[in-house]
Design a binder for this molecule. Structure first.
Ligand code: PHE
Length: 375
Protein backbone atom coordinates (compact mmCIF):
# COMPACT_ATOMS: atom_id res chain seq x y z
CA UNK A 1 0.00 0.00 0.00
CA UNK A 2 1.43 3.29 -0.89
CA UNK A 3 1.51 5.93 1.69
CA UNK A 4 -1.15 8.65 1.38
CA UNK A 5 -0.10 11.49 -0.79
CA UNK A 6 0.28 13.91 2.03
CA UNK A 7 0.70 16.97 -0.10
CA UNK A 8 -2.76 16.48 -1.66
CA UNK A 9 -4.62 15.37 1.41
CA UNK A 10 -7.21 18.06 2.14
CA UNK A 11 -6.58 17.57 5.79
CA UNK A 12 -3.10 18.88 5.19
CA UNK A 13 -4.28 22.10 3.47
CA UNK A 14 -4.59 24.41 6.43
CA UNK A 15 -7.74 26.22 5.32
CA UNK A 16 -9.55 23.01 4.51
CA UNK A 17 -8.99 21.28 7.83
CA UNK A 18 -12.39 20.34 9.28
CA UNK A 19 -11.68 22.26 12.50
CA UNK A 20 -10.76 25.34 10.51
CA UNK A 21 -13.93 25.16 8.51
CA UNK A 22 -16.02 24.61 11.60
CA UNK A 23 -14.25 27.50 13.32
CA UNK A 24 -14.85 29.84 10.35
CA UNK A 25 -18.51 28.75 10.22
CA UNK A 26 -19.02 29.17 13.95
CA UNK A 27 -17.32 32.58 13.92
CA UNK A 28 -19.62 33.61 11.07
CA UNK A 29 -22.75 32.33 12.83
CA UNK A 30 -21.77 34.07 16.07
CA UNK A 31 -21.12 37.37 14.27
CA UNK A 32 -24.42 37.07 12.42
CA UNK A 33 -26.31 36.44 15.65
CA UNK A 34 -24.55 39.41 17.25
CA UNK A 35 -25.34 41.86 14.41
CA UNK A 36 -27.70 44.37 16.04
CA UNK A 37 -28.91 46.17 12.92
CA UNK A 38 -28.89 45.94 9.15
CA UNK A 39 -25.78 48.07 8.83
CA UNK A 40 -23.83 45.77 11.17
CA UNK A 41 -25.15 42.75 9.30
CA UNK A 42 -23.86 44.17 6.04
CA UNK A 43 -20.39 44.32 7.53
CA UNK A 44 -20.68 40.80 8.94
CA UNK A 45 -21.71 39.57 5.52
CA UNK A 46 -18.69 41.14 3.83
CA UNK A 47 -16.36 39.67 6.46
CA UNK A 48 -17.80 36.16 6.64
CA UNK A 49 -19.39 35.56 3.25
CA UNK A 50 -17.57 37.99 1.00
CA UNK A 51 -14.88 37.17 -1.53
CA UNK A 52 -12.11 37.44 1.03
CA UNK A 53 -13.87 35.63 3.86
CA UNK A 54 -12.17 32.51 5.32
CA UNK A 55 -14.79 30.20 3.81
CA UNK A 56 -14.48 31.80 0.36
CA UNK A 57 -10.73 31.48 0.53
CA UNK A 58 -11.06 27.82 1.63
CA UNK A 59 -13.41 27.22 -1.25
CA UNK A 60 -10.76 28.41 -3.63
CA UNK A 61 -8.31 25.86 -2.33
CA UNK A 62 -10.60 23.02 -3.40
CA UNK A 63 -9.74 23.49 -7.04
CA UNK A 64 -6.12 22.47 -6.38
CA UNK A 65 -7.05 19.19 -4.70
CA UNK A 66 -6.78 15.81 -6.42
CA UNK A 67 -10.12 14.64 -7.75
CA UNK A 68 -10.81 12.12 -4.98
CA UNK A 69 -10.36 14.75 -2.29
CA UNK A 70 -12.46 17.43 -4.00
CA UNK A 71 -15.84 15.90 -3.22
CA UNK A 72 -15.27 15.59 0.48
CA UNK A 73 -13.73 19.03 0.88
CA UNK A 74 -16.37 20.55 -1.39
CA UNK A 75 -19.18 19.05 0.66
CA UNK A 76 -17.79 20.30 3.96
CA UNK A 77 -17.05 23.82 2.71
CA UNK A 78 -20.36 23.91 0.86
CA UNK A 79 -22.30 22.90 3.98
CA UNK A 80 -20.51 25.54 6.03
CA UNK A 81 -21.16 28.26 3.47
CA UNK A 82 -24.77 27.12 3.14
CA UNK A 83 -25.24 27.38 6.90
CA UNK A 84 -23.72 30.87 6.88
CA UNK A 85 -25.83 32.16 4.02
CA UNK A 86 -28.97 30.71 5.54
CA UNK A 87 -28.19 32.34 8.87
CA UNK A 88 -27.52 35.62 7.04
CA UNK A 89 -30.82 35.42 5.26
CA UNK A 90 -32.71 34.66 8.45
CA UNK A 91 -31.03 37.45 10.43
CA UNK A 92 -31.63 39.87 7.54
CA UNK A 93 -35.34 39.07 7.65
CA UNK A 94 -35.45 39.48 11.42
CA UNK A 95 -33.69 42.83 11.33
CA UNK A 96 -35.89 44.09 8.48
CA UNK A 97 -38.99 43.11 10.37
CA UNK A 98 -37.68 44.88 13.46
CA UNK A 99 -36.90 47.99 11.46
CA UNK A 100 -40.35 48.01 9.85
CA UNK A 101 -41.94 47.66 13.23
CA UNK A 102 -39.89 50.52 14.60
CA UNK A 103 -40.64 52.78 11.64
CA UNK A 104 -44.34 52.13 12.06
CA UNK A 105 -44.18 53.20 15.68
CA UNK A 106 -41.72 56.07 15.31
CA UNK A 107 -43.27 57.58 12.23
CA UNK A 108 -46.87 57.02 13.19
CA UNK A 109 -49.19 59.90 12.27
CA UNK A 110 -52.12 60.69 14.48
CA UNK A 111 -54.81 61.25 11.90
CA UNK A 112 -57.23 62.37 14.59
CA UNK A 113 -55.17 65.47 15.41
CA UNK A 114 -56.92 68.67 14.29
CA UNK A 115 -55.48 69.99 11.03
CA UNK A 116 -55.01 73.75 11.00
CA UNK A 117 -53.55 74.28 7.58
CA UNK A 118 -56.74 74.30 5.52
CA UNK A 119 -56.38 77.20 3.09
CA UNK A 120 -58.37 80.14 4.40
CA UNK A 121 -61.38 80.87 2.24
CA UNK A 122 -62.23 84.21 0.75
CA UNK A 123 -65.52 85.91 0.02
CA UNK A 124 -66.03 87.26 -3.45
CA UNK A 125 -65.43 91.02 -3.44
CA UNK A 126 -68.63 91.56 -5.43
CA UNK A 127 -70.54 90.03 -2.54
CA UNK A 128 -68.78 92.07 0.11
CA UNK A 129 -69.10 95.31 -1.85
CA UNK A 130 -72.83 94.63 -2.40
CA UNK A 131 -73.26 94.06 1.30
CA UNK A 132 -71.41 97.24 2.14
CA UNK A 133 -73.71 99.21 -0.12
CA UNK A 134 -76.73 97.53 1.48
CA UNK A 135 -75.39 98.48 4.91
CA UNK A 136 -75.06 102.14 3.94
CA UNK A 137 -78.74 102.25 3.04
CA UNK A 138 -80.05 99.96 5.76
CA UNK A 139 -78.47 102.43 8.19
CA UNK A 140 -80.71 105.11 6.63
CA UNK A 141 -83.85 103.04 7.05
CA UNK A 142 -84.00 101.36 3.65
CA UNK A 143 -85.04 97.71 3.29
CA UNK A 144 -83.28 95.15 1.12
CA UNK A 145 -85.56 93.98 -1.70
CA UNK A 146 -85.13 91.08 -4.07
CA UNK A 147 -86.56 89.86 -7.34
CA UNK A 148 -86.08 86.87 -9.60
CA UNK A 149 -83.29 86.75 -12.16
CA UNK A 150 -85.60 85.03 -14.67
CA UNK A 151 -88.13 87.83 -14.86
CA UNK A 152 -91.45 88.35 -16.62
CA UNK A 153 -91.03 90.56 -19.63
CA UNK A 154 -93.78 92.76 -18.22
CA UNK A 155 -91.77 93.64 -15.09
CA UNK A 156 -88.50 94.00 -16.95
CA UNK A 157 -89.92 96.24 -19.72
CA UNK A 158 -93.64 97.10 -19.95
CA UNK A 159 -94.22 98.27 -16.40
CA UNK A 160 -91.07 100.37 -16.68
CA UNK A 161 -92.51 102.23 -19.65
CA UNK A 162 -90.10 100.57 -22.08
CA UNK A 163 -92.00 100.51 -25.34
CA UNK A 164 -92.51 97.23 -27.22
CA UNK A 165 -90.27 98.54 -29.99
CA UNK A 166 -87.47 99.69 -27.69
CA UNK A 167 -84.18 98.36 -29.06
CA UNK A 168 -83.18 96.94 -25.68
CA UNK A 169 -85.89 94.33 -26.05
CA UNK A 170 -84.46 92.80 -29.18
CA UNK A 171 -82.57 89.57 -29.10
CA UNK A 172 -79.35 91.59 -29.32
CA UNK A 173 -79.39 92.73 -25.71
CA UNK A 174 -81.82 90.45 -23.95
CA UNK A 175 -81.64 86.77 -23.17
CA UNK A 176 -85.15 85.47 -23.79
CA UNK A 177 -86.04 82.44 -21.72
CA UNK A 178 -89.53 82.02 -23.08
CA UNK A 179 -91.69 83.62 -25.79
CA UNK A 180 -89.74 86.39 -27.48
CA UNK A 181 -91.30 89.82 -27.67
CA UNK A 182 -94.14 90.04 -30.16
CA UNK A 183 -94.59 86.28 -30.31
CA UNK A 184 -97.87 85.35 -31.90
CA UNK A 185 -98.88 82.68 -29.39
CA UNK A 186 -99.67 85.31 -26.76
CA UNK A 187 -97.47 83.51 -24.26
CA UNK A 188 -96.09 85.78 -21.52
CA UNK A 189 -92.43 86.46 -22.22
CA UNK A 190 -89.76 85.58 -19.68
CA UNK A 191 -86.29 87.12 -19.84
CA UNK A 192 -83.13 87.06 -17.80
CA UNK A 193 -83.54 90.48 -16.26
CA UNK A 194 -81.46 93.07 -18.06
CA UNK A 195 -81.39 95.39 -15.04
CA UNK A 196 -82.51 95.42 -11.41
CA UNK A 197 -85.23 97.99 -12.17
CA UNK A 198 -88.04 95.36 -12.27
CA UNK A 199 -87.53 95.15 -8.49
CA UNK A 200 -88.86 98.74 -8.38
CA UNK A 201 -92.13 97.44 -9.78
CA UNK A 202 -92.25 94.39 -7.50
CA UNK A 203 -91.56 96.59 -4.47
CA UNK A 204 -94.24 99.13 -5.36
CA UNK A 205 -96.81 96.39 -5.99
CA UNK A 206 -96.15 94.49 -2.77
CA UNK A 207 -95.15 97.09 -0.17
CA UNK A 208 -96.99 99.79 1.66
CA UNK A 209 -96.04 103.39 0.96
CA UNK A 210 -93.69 105.01 1.57
CA UNK A 211 -91.21 102.65 -0.08
CA UNK A 212 -87.46 102.84 0.55
CA UNK A 213 -85.64 99.84 -0.90
CA UNK A 214 -82.14 98.90 -1.96
CA UNK A 215 -81.68 95.93 -4.24
CA UNK A 216 -78.35 94.52 -5.32
CA UNK A 217 -78.51 91.66 -7.80
CA UNK A 218 -77.29 89.90 -10.86
CA UNK A 219 -78.38 91.02 -14.33
CA UNK A 220 -77.81 89.68 -17.84
CA UNK A 221 -77.18 91.11 -21.28
CA UNK A 222 -76.04 89.46 -24.46
CA UNK A 223 -72.52 90.88 -24.35
CA UNK A 224 -69.35 89.01 -25.16
CA UNK A 225 -67.03 88.40 -22.23
CA UNK A 226 -63.99 90.66 -22.53
CA UNK A 227 -61.91 92.99 -20.37
CA UNK A 228 -64.72 95.54 -20.02
CA UNK A 229 -67.91 93.52 -20.64
CA UNK A 230 -69.51 90.47 -19.15
CA UNK A 231 -72.89 88.95 -20.02
CA UNK A 232 -73.55 88.55 -16.28
CA UNK A 233 -72.97 91.49 -14.02
CA UNK A 234 -74.30 93.10 -10.90
CA UNK A 235 -76.29 96.23 -10.28
CA UNK A 236 -77.57 97.90 -7.19
CA UNK A 237 -80.99 99.48 -7.55
CA UNK A 238 -82.41 102.09 -5.22
CA UNK A 239 -86.01 103.20 -5.06
CA UNK A 240 -87.57 105.78 -2.76
CA UNK A 241 -91.23 106.71 -3.14
CA UNK A 242 -92.73 109.08 -0.62
CA UNK A 243 -94.53 112.39 -0.39
CA UNK A 244 -92.51 115.40 -1.41
CA UNK A 245 -89.33 113.72 -2.66
CA UNK A 246 -87.26 115.82 -5.08
CA UNK A 247 -84.16 115.59 -7.18
CA UNK A 248 -82.29 117.26 -4.30
CA UNK A 249 -83.05 114.22 -2.13
CA UNK A 250 -81.68 111.96 -4.85
CA UNK A 251 -78.54 114.04 -5.09
CA UNK A 252 -78.00 114.07 -1.34
CA UNK A 253 -78.58 110.31 -1.14
CA UNK A 254 -75.98 109.59 -3.82
CA UNK A 255 -73.50 111.97 -2.20
CA UNK A 256 -73.94 110.18 1.09
CA UNK A 257 -73.34 106.80 -0.54
CA UNK A 258 -70.16 108.03 -2.23
CA UNK A 259 -68.88 109.44 1.07
CA UNK A 260 -69.68 106.23 2.93
CA UNK A 261 -67.99 104.01 0.35
CA UNK A 262 -65.09 106.15 -0.83
CA UNK A 263 -64.42 108.70 1.92
CA UNK A 264 -64.83 112.44 2.22
CA UNK A 265 -64.24 115.02 -0.43
CA UNK A 266 -65.29 113.30 -3.66
CA UNK A 267 -67.95 115.33 -5.41
CA UNK A 268 -70.61 114.03 -7.78
CA UNK A 269 -72.25 115.48 -10.86
CA UNK A 270 -75.31 114.68 -12.93
CA UNK A 271 -75.50 114.75 -16.70
CA UNK A 272 -78.87 114.81 -18.44
CA UNK A 273 -79.81 111.45 -19.87
CA UNK A 274 -82.83 109.39 -20.82
CA UNK A 275 -84.50 106.36 -19.29
CA UNK A 276 -88.14 105.54 -20.05
CA UNK A 277 -88.86 104.90 -16.37
CA UNK A 278 -87.44 108.13 -14.95
CA UNK A 279 -88.22 111.75 -15.77
CA UNK A 280 -86.03 113.69 -15.59
CA UNK A 281 -83.15 111.23 -15.96
CA UNK A 282 -79.43 111.63 -15.41
CA UNK A 283 -76.13 109.83 -15.50
CA UNK A 284 -74.17 110.20 -12.29
CA UNK A 285 -70.40 110.63 -12.12
CA UNK A 286 -68.18 110.89 -9.09
CA UNK A 287 -64.76 112.51 -8.89
CA UNK A 288 -62.10 109.93 -9.71
CA UNK A 289 -61.30 107.90 -6.62
CA UNK A 290 -57.68 107.44 -7.71
CA UNK A 291 -56.41 110.81 -9.01
CA UNK A 292 -59.18 112.92 -7.40
CA UNK A 293 -59.24 114.99 -10.57
CA UNK A 294 -55.53 115.85 -10.48
CA UNK A 295 -54.79 114.12 -13.79
CA UNK A 296 -57.07 116.45 -15.79
CA UNK A 297 -54.94 118.54 -18.14
CA UNK A 298 -51.74 117.20 -16.58
CA UNK A 299 -50.16 114.97 -19.21
CA UNK A 300 -47.31 114.23 -16.81
CA UNK A 301 -49.66 112.38 -14.45
CA UNK A 302 -52.06 110.31 -16.54
CA UNK A 303 -54.74 108.37 -14.64
CA UNK A 304 -55.73 104.96 -15.98
CA UNK A 305 -58.79 104.71 -13.78
CA UNK A 306 -60.61 107.75 -15.24
CA UNK A 307 -58.56 108.06 -18.47
CA UNK A 308 -57.49 111.46 -17.08
CA UNK A 309 -61.04 112.75 -17.29
CA UNK A 310 -61.33 113.30 -13.55
CA UNK A 311 -64.75 111.65 -13.37
CA UNK A 312 -65.98 108.09 -13.13
CA UNK A 313 -69.48 107.06 -14.17
CA UNK A 314 -71.60 105.34 -11.53
CA UNK A 315 -74.75 104.72 -13.57
CA UNK A 316 -78.22 106.04 -14.28
CA UNK A 317 -80.75 107.75 -12.03
CA UNK A 318 -83.76 110.02 -12.05
CA UNK A 319 -87.17 110.84 -10.67
CA UNK A 320 -89.57 107.93 -11.05
CA UNK A 321 -91.71 108.49 -14.15
CA UNK A 322 -95.35 109.15 -13.11
CA UNK A 323 -96.39 106.51 -15.66
CA UNK A 324 -94.48 103.91 -13.64
CA UNK A 325 -96.17 105.04 -10.42
CA UNK A 326 -99.56 104.84 -12.14
CA UNK A 327 -98.82 101.35 -13.51
CA UNK A 328 -98.19 100.27 -9.92
CA UNK A 329 -101.33 101.90 -8.54
CA UNK A 330 -99.52 104.78 -6.85
CA UNK A 331 -101.08 108.24 -7.12
CA UNK A 332 -98.48 110.47 -8.83
CA UNK A 333 -100.34 113.57 -7.65
CA UNK A 334 -99.55 112.67 -4.06
CA UNK A 335 -96.32 110.68 -4.30
CA UNK A 336 -93.04 111.19 -6.05
CA UNK A 337 -89.93 109.04 -6.09
CA UNK A 338 -86.36 108.72 -7.15
CA UNK A 339 -84.31 105.76 -8.27
CA UNK A 340 -80.84 104.83 -9.36
CA UNK A 341 -79.15 101.77 -10.83
CA UNK A 342 -75.36 101.51 -10.50
CA UNK A 343 -72.98 98.85 -11.75
CA UNK A 344 -71.18 97.05 -8.94
CA UNK A 345 -68.39 95.60 -11.11
CA UNK A 346 -67.46 99.09 -12.26
CA UNK A 347 -67.29 100.27 -8.68
CA UNK A 348 -65.14 97.32 -7.73
CA UNK A 349 -62.87 97.99 -10.70
CA UNK A 350 -61.96 101.49 -9.71
CA UNK A 351 -62.22 100.97 -5.94
CA UNK A 352 -59.74 98.09 -6.05
CA UNK A 353 -57.87 98.67 -9.29
CA UNK A 354 -59.22 95.55 -10.97
CA UNK A 355 -58.32 95.95 -14.61
CA UNK A 356 -59.99 92.98 -16.26
CA UNK A 357 -63.66 92.16 -15.77
CA UNK A 358 -62.99 88.51 -16.54
CA UNK A 359 -61.12 88.20 -13.26
CA UNK A 360 -64.38 88.91 -11.45
CA UNK A 361 -66.44 86.21 -13.11
CA UNK A 362 -64.00 83.37 -13.64
CA UNK A 363 -64.07 82.26 -10.01
CA UNK A 364 -60.30 81.82 -9.72
CA UNK A 365 -59.47 81.75 -6.03
CA UNK A 366 -56.20 83.57 -6.75
CA UNK A 367 -58.32 86.63 -7.53
CA UNK A 368 -60.56 86.47 -4.48
CA UNK A 369 -57.96 85.43 -1.91
CA UNK A 370 -56.27 88.84 -1.53
CA UNK A 371 -59.65 90.27 -0.54
CA UNK A 372 -59.72 87.84 2.38
CA UNK A 373 -62.70 86.96 4.53
CA UNK A 374 -63.94 90.53 4.84
CA UNK A 375 -67.42 90.38 6.26
N1 PHE B 1 -81.91 100.40 -15.14
C1 PHE B 1 -81.01 101.34 -15.70
C2 PHE B 1 -79.88 100.59 -16.43
O1 PHE B 1 -79.77 99.42 -16.29
C3 PHE B 1 -80.37 102.21 -14.65
C4 PHE B 1 -81.34 103.08 -13.94
C5 PHE B 1 -81.94 102.64 -12.78
C6 PHE B 1 -81.64 104.34 -14.43
C7 PHE B 1 -82.84 103.46 -12.11
C8 PHE B 1 -82.53 105.16 -13.77
C9 PHE B 1 -83.10 104.73 -12.61
O2 PHE B 1 -79.13 101.16 -17.18
Amino acid sequence: MSAPNKSYDPVEVEALKPEEIDRARDAALAAIAAAGDLEALREVKAAHAGDRSPLALANREIGALPPHAKADAGRRVGQARGAVSQALKKRQEELEAERDERVLVEEAVDVTLPYDRLPAGARHPLTTLSERIEDVFVAMGYEVAEGPEAEAEWYNFDALNIAPDHPARTMQDTFFVQGAEGSADGEAGVVLRTHTSPVQIRSLLTRDLPVYVICPGRVYRTDELDATHTPVFSQVELLAVDEGLTMADLRGTIDHMVRALFGEGLGTRMRPSYFPFTEPSAEVDMVCFVCRGASVGDSGRPCRTCSSEGWIELGGCGMVNPRVLTACGVDPERYSGFAFGFGIERMLMFRHNVEDMRDMVEGDVRFTRPFGMEI
